[in-house]
Design a protein around this ligand. Structure first.
Ligand SMILES: Cc1ncc(COP(=O)(O)O)c(C=O)c1O
Length: 434
């Protein structure tokens, strides 16, 4: 069709967005797909329907080309459809598409576990594969409960850890939690994100003892919050003093997003359990928990696996991850993220002065949040950017934080051009200051 080249092209719109084919397909979604997950905005308006993606470009079914500053929720760290990943998946598809989960292995599963074990900042790690981020968080939680015999968990606000029932107990946003409030377990005590470490230490000193503290080293979906330097190291020390496990939820941040291989690396922290996913398999669904050997031994009970899924360690996803990891783990990529991230930071620093709707900006590496003064302003900025061919999303507890997380491989000119368009969108939607 229109051709996306290497995915390093500027936006080009052919129709108003969403175009006629997107609108027709939206009607089909409205008729047949379940509400809530059918991608249609509240009130049932049309959605944008993606047809193709490559690098940092997305092409919709009407031939409109966008620059994707969402990385598809942080998955496309190497861009959409990285050639090495596509080639590996095709090769694997000619051999073994589906295996026997937790009963029989396949070679790539062994290879990937070994590869991950040397990358993760966890002592003597053992790898537990998962299907999704939420699944990985469930595994980390269950590991902590099994290994410590304790039942209380500490989580932070804001935080996002997924929406399956166990993970939802940790996730802070009331809108996600309240419909299920009566059914949430385990017992979670919540502290403000980046609270004084002494607050955590005091809580951990009390009764009952706490199994684990679960933390995003940089808060993602719930508003992009970077803790002060040293905070993670201090909470790690507070946990260690009380035999509480530190679980780093790096589903979004692992593999370079914040300019270090893992976000905990910025503070030199080695968590007891670390969850990763999203970027891991270059676009295929795969996540993993790395946990210290003696903790993971808690799963060794004989009989059937206590936590598993039909598609666990899927051969295509393992092939994709093995193809993605050499680049995801490369020092050159991290250097690039830090350089581009610093440039983005310099540029965004002027936005609160320039745009009346922007209250604050913050971030690290290629993960940035633009906090708007209201959810309506954030929504307007997202819509105005889409009408200029740039995709970004708003998140945070009140939907006020528009988020910039491009592929780590985005072309510099393409990124600069997308930021130009975001500035145009902010000026048009919220008004530039005089
Ligand atoms: C930090 C974090 N943890 C967990 C999850 C849940 O991952 P998934 O949507 O793959 O279940 C997400 C998803 O955005 C996340 O950002």
């Amino acid at each position: 069709m229109a051709g996306l080249g290497r995915g390093d092209l500027p936006p080009r719109l052919r129709t108003p967005v969403p175009g006629p084919r997107s609108r027709a397909l939206s009607r089909a979604l409205a008729r047949h797909a379940a509400p809530g997950i059918n991608t249609l905005p509240a009130g049932g308006g049309p959605t944008l329907v993606w047809d193709e993606a490559r690098g940092a470009n997305v092409l919709d079914v009407d031939g409109n080309r966008f620059v994707d500053l969402t990385s598809g929720f942080g998955v496309a760290a190497l861009g959409h459809r990285p050639p090495a990943v596509v080639a590996a998946v095709c090769r694997q598809a000619g051999r073994l598409v589906h295996g026997l989960g937790d009963v029989h292995a396949h070679p790539l599963r062994a290879e990937l576990a070994a590869r991950l074990a040397v990358l993760v900042p966890v002592d003597e790690p053992r790898i537990y594969f998962a299907i999704s981020g939420g699944d990985a968080v469930e595994i980390a939680l269950k590991t902590a409960l099994l290994a410590t015999g304790r039942r209380r968990i500490v989580a932070f606000a804001p935080s996002y850890h997924g929406l399956t029932l166990g993970a939802l107990a940790l996730t802070s946003r009331p809108a996600f939690r309240s419909p299920f409030a009566a059914h949430l377990s385990p017992e979670v005590v919540r502290l403000p994100y980046a609270c004084p470490p002494a607050e955590l230490a005091a809580l951990l000193a009390g009764e009952p003892p706490v199994a684990a503290a679960v933390v995003e080293p940089v808060v993602g979906r719930e508003g992009i919050l970077v803790p002060p330097p040293g905070w993670l190291a201090e909470i790690a020390a507070a946990c260690r003093a009380r035999g509480t496990l530190l679980v780093a939820d790096e589903i979004l941040t692992a593999f370079g997003r914040t300019g270090t291989r893992f976000a905990v690396d910025a503070d030199g922290v080695r968590p007891d359990l670390l969850c990763c996913g999203k970027a891991l398999a270059g676009g295929l669904p795969l996540a993993a928990v790395a946990g210290q050997r003696e903790l993971m031994a808690a799963w060794e009970r004989g009989g059937e696996a206590l936590h598993t899924a039909t598609f666990v360690a899927h051969p295509l996803a393992c092939a994709a991850a093995l193809a993605a990891l050499p680049r995801l783990a490369s020092p050159a990529l991290l250097t690039r993220v830090r350089r581009l991230g610093a440039a983005v930071g310099r540029r965004l620093a002027g936005w609160p002065e320039r745009f009346a709707a922007v209250a604050a900006v913050r971030g690290r590496g290629l993960l940035w949040g633009v906090e708007m003064r209201s959810a309506a302003a954030a929504e307007a900025a997202v819509a105005a950017a889409r009408d200029r061919g740039v995709l970004w999303l708003a998140g945070g507890p009140e939907g006020r934080v528009a988020q910039i997380l491009p592929p780590l491989t985005i072309a510099e000119r393409q990124l600069a051009g997308a930021l130009d368009r975001l500035e145009g969108a902010l000026a048009a939607s919220g008004g530039a200051r005089a």
